[in-house]
Design a protein around this ligand. Structure first.
Ligand SMILES: [Zn+2]
Length: 118
């Protein structure tokens, strides 16, 4: 794997991680400032509940993404970055640069998505 591509991907992963961690901090403070006392009206409270569910879902997604980022960084360190976990083939450089957290080549990803959708 090209060294410059590797560095590019590592930078992108680091940036995504920083973004996530900054966003996670913001989410927590949002949740503490918005309390039910600010929403005495039941309609507003329902809105608050749905907002909170959205926030929790987002944080769950963020947690998953964060672990993917960490795994990708580990793969850069141990030299397996860019190798598809599904078929052992190479993941295209363009795909890696666009989405460095990916561990599957486009073919395996397509198959995985089809299986998920079933
Ligand atoms: Zn593959």
């Amino acid at each position: 794997m090209d060294r410059t591509i590797l560095e590019k991907c590592r930078d992108e992963l680091q940036r995504q991680m920083d973004d996530l961690l900054a966003g996670a901090g913001r989410t927590v403070s949002d949740m503490t400032t918005v309390t039910e006392e600010n929403f005495p009206d039941p309609t507003d409270r329902a809105l608050l509940e749905s907002n909170r569910n959205f926030t929790l879902r987002l944080r769950d997604r963020e947690r998953k993404l964060l672990s993917k980022i960490k795994e990708a960084m580990k793969r850069i360190d141990d030299g397996t970055f860019g190798v598809c976990e599904g078929c052992g083939g190479e993941i295209g450089e363009k795909r890696l640069v666009a989405r460095p957290v990916t561990a599957l080549c486009i073919d395996c990803k397509t198959v995985a998505e089809e299986e998920e959708g079933r």
